[in-house]
Design a protein around this ligand. Sequence first.
Ligand SMILES: [Mg+2]
Length: 238
Amino acid sequence: MTVEAVIFDWGGTLTPWHDIDLVEQWSAYAVIYAPTDLELAQRLAEAELILWRRQQASRGADGTGSLEHIFESVGIDTTSTLHGEALAAYLEGWDPHTLADAQARPTLEALHDRGIRVGVLSNTMWPRWHHEAVFSRDGLGHLIDGAVYSSEIPYAKPHAAAFRAALDAVAATPSMTVFVGDRPWDDVHGAQEVGMRAVLMPHSNLGDQAVDIEVEPDAVITGLLELVDVIDRWRLGA
Ligand SMILES: [Mg+2]
């Protein structure tokens, strides 16, 4: 197999999975935007969950939407100074949970050493600029050749259109591309449906986000660096 590109999921794959309390995360926003509104964090978290459920129920035909959709649905004035400050605090509150896996950088470097392009396809409501800041902070920015964030497109994984957008972003053909993710449904099944090989890194505690589906990943890894061996075997035809 010729491998032109490897496309990675982000949450739970390039960055390790953390169990998150959404209300707590949104509290960092609410305490700045409306300190006396004790229910705002709850409403923001509920608005976010509605979007995630819609994406899951539609199998990605409805995208994740973006943070703007959440703010709009709870009546936030996104032109206000307070909103800007609150948003910065909200995103900063995620910092401890977005640190790259220690094996991410050597893995991406090993792929580049082999002439393999690196892509990212993430189901996310966050803006591109925030993801890029996170990657740069962790020394990964220069190792990513193309990225697709569902906050920017009308569909999401596991929809084929999301995977095709990611393939386009790294100018790769499905049969020569490997996808790596932590979710059997959104990542492995979705990638295989468009003709990519799919590697599962099953570390994440998906809980009620798990979809009951039988999938057969082309490989399973317990750490990112194992991917390099898997790809070397495939390139040798083993
Ligand atoms: Mg993931």
